[in-house]
Design a protein around this ligand. Structure first.
Ligand SMILES: [Ca+2]
Ligand SMILES: [Ca+2]
Ligand SMILES: [Ca+2]
Ligand SMILES: [Ca+2]
Length: 261
């Protein structure tokens, strides 16, 4: 009876933790294949704020990660702001990035479908969080295209940073080489595409690698910028030749020991 009670209590606790903290995502097992997402399947997101149909990605609005406008996203390393906490976000099934002014993460079912982000007074630092299991893999890379999909008269400086952390707690580490100072152009243009790619030795052989692409509320009216054609790849870790030679010697030594008995 006691065991049943404590099990029930544990389940209740885990539900409470899920509700108050962040959503959970399945970590993509990179040894089973490359991770990719180009948003072409617009049925993966059908309900606002519901990421359950999108493998290994969750979008967050980034409330209270900064109190200012024009903050360099490279300097924001906390997972969530205070007092808002983590706010899961996506505005589903949108069709007009020019006129959709709500800040945060949005799915645009346009000619080349994309999930895009723009900051606002509420969406202080929206981001996409990728969950990857790189066990047994090295040379882990991420690449994506930042697409200005906002053809309105807005002409903001829309910076994008790439960050990572190992595990699900603590601050993120910024990847300086992947910073884009302004991924948008304007006014009234929606053609700029900025390719980004990065790698870090710290991403190899870990069960929980979190990568995030983050922007911030720009000075003035923000522009929607898509994060598209995302690819996360790696190579299988092969034992060093010296280690193989060592194994061979150990096997020989074992054989000799057996023979001598
Ligand atoms: Ca796309
Ligand atoms: Ca959709
Ligand atoms: Ca633009
Ligand atoms: Ca703004």
């Amino acid at each position: 009876m006691r065991a049943i009670q404590s099990t029930a209590a544990a389940i209740a606790l885990s539900f409470a933790a899920t509700g108050s903290a962040s959503a959970s995502a399945v970590y993509h097992n990179l040894s089973g294949g490359t991770f990719s997402q180009n948003w072409t399947d617009s049925s993966q997101i059908t309900t606002t704020d519901d990421w359950s149909g999108v493998p290994s990605i969750i979008g967050y609005r980034g409330d209270d990660l900064t109190a200012a406008t024009g903050t360099d996203p490279q300097t924001i390393v906390a997972f969530s702001g205070s007092p808002a906490g983590a706010v899961v976000d996506v505005n589903a099934n949108q069709t007009s990035p020019d006129t959709f002014t709500t800040g945060g993460v949005s799915e645009f079912e346009i000619t080349d479908p994309v999930v895009a982000m723009q900051g606002s007074g509420t969406a202080d630092a929206p981001f996409l969080l990728f969950h990857v299991n790189t066990a047994g893999m090295e040379n882990v890379t991420i690449s994506y295209n930042l697409r200005d999909v906002d053809g309105s008269t807005d002409n903001a400086v829309q910076p994008f940073a790439l960050q990572y952390r190992i595990g699900e707690t603590g601050d993120f580490t910024n990847v300086a080489s992947a910073f884009v100072a302004d991924a948008s152009a304007g006014p009234s243009t929606a053609t700029l595409v900025t390719p980004v790619s990065a790698t870090d030795v710290a991403w190899a052989d870990v069960s929980q690698l979190q990568l995030r692409v983050i922007t911030t509320n720009a000075v003035g009216s923000d522009e929607n910028v898509g994060v598209d054609d995302i690819v996360i790849a790696g190579t299988v870790i092969v034992p060093e030749p010296t280690a193989l030679a060592g194994l061979g010697l150990a096997a020989l030594a074992m054989l000799r020991r057996r023979r001598s008995h």
